[in-house]
Design a protein around this ligand. Structure first.
Ligand code: NDP
Length: 308
């Protein structure tokens, strides 16, 4: 029986692990198929405080893991197949390890960016393909950029990227945008944004230097054309990694876990959520790490209340 189990090893889960290990809670940290989370899909991280020269996403996550191990956190790599949160202690069925029982549970399984699923896309993530303008926009100073998507995220990213890019082309598969009117108005008044609507992306164009453009199908004419760009930001939505929890915990309509404002408490006493799995708004490594420390403190306080 563990006092605390943490599921997910992005900045939220690993920060929770550091805090809980230092508090002698000897947490078990379960890492899934993408250890380190979304940060490992980016290259250089320049906005995480404390690294004036920047640090690679992979190195940052390896450092956090080592820091948690140093204080006694135990790690297990395996897929959580199902959980039983109907009563405490909570039970988790973990591939290769069987049943794990814990007094408290921290869920930090994050969210995954959706991709287009077209040729040359996945292979060039971090080499011209990105899903995070805040993380990677800086690397495209005075370059031409494409943003794919027609929702609020795409328009927000397009606007943000005009700070760096010489030109941003927004590619969307329909004539109508999904984004809110205010976001559309803001983007329409931005002179650096070009519109390429009713175009379906079919292939990322590359040469030996990396991404050089996007091949799109004009849905009205049936013609294929190439839009030149050095960087392509895919902003077609995220999905929270909560499928193993369906029906067991309160989520919003998009599957993000609902937490009590200002805390990491879920609707189940003893179950806490932190990082992107409960945050579709900020989605930053530093905000995830911050909420990880909150989850650890909330879970420690919960254990204390049981012992009193
Ligand atoms: P959305 O689901 O709202 O939009 C996704 C966009 O990507 C849609 O335009 C969709 O096209 C397009 N798309 C999806 N799959 C593909 C594909 N395979 N190929 C091409 N295009 C595709 O996601 P967002 O991340 O934009 O927003 C998520 C939520 O967060 C929303 O509720 C949004 O309002 C909110 N948000 C709010 C912000 C703000 O208020 N400042 C900022 C960012 C997000 P189609 O329209 O044809 O379906």
């Amino acid at each position: 029986m563990y006092k605390s189990v943490i599921v997910g090893t992005g900045p939220a889960g690993l920060t929770a692990a550091i805090y809980l290990a230092r508090a002698n809670m000897r947490p078990l940290v379960i890492e899934g198929p993408e250890p380190g989370g979304q940060l490992t899909t980016t290259t250089e991280v320049e906005n995480f405080p404390g690294f004036p020269e920047g640090i690679t996403g992979t190195e940052l996550m390896e450092n956090m893991r080592k820091q948690a191990e140093r204080f006694g956190a135990e790690f297990y790599t395996g897929w959580v197949k199902s959980v039983d949160l109907s009563k405490r202690p909570f039970k988790l069925q973990v591939e290769g390890k069987g049943e794990i029982v814990s007094e408290t549970l921290i869920i930090s399984t994050g969210a995954s960016a959706k991709y287009l699923g077209i040729p040359n896309e996945k292979e060039n993530i971090g080499r011209g393909i990105s899903t995070c303008a805040t993380c990677d926009g800086f690397f495209f100073r005075d370059k031409e950029i494409i943003v794919v998507g027609g929702g609020d995220s795409a328009l927000e990213e397009a606007n943000f990227l005009t700070r760096f890019a010489s030109k941003v082309t927004l590619v969307h598969r329909r004539k109508e945008l999904r984004a809110s009117k205010i976001m559309q108005d803001r983007a329409r008044s931005n002179e650096k944004i070009r519109w390429s609507l009713d175009k379906t992306p079919v292939e990322v164009v590359i040469d030996e230097s990396g991404v050089t453009g996007l091949k799109v199908l004009n849905n009205s004419t049936g013609k294929v054309e190439v839009i030149q760009a050095n960087g392509i930001f895919v902003a077609v939505g995220h999905h929270p990694n909560t499928s193993f929890l369906i029906g067991q915990i309160n989520t919003d309509d998009n599957g993000y876990i609902l937490t009590k404002p200002g805390t990491t408490e879920t609707n189940i006493p003893g179950v806490f959520a932190c990082g992107d799995v409960q945050d579709s708004r900020y989605r930053q490594a530093i905000t995830a790490a911050g909420s990880g420390s909150m989850a650890a403190i909330d879970s420690e306080k919960f254990m204390e209340s049981l012992e009193q």
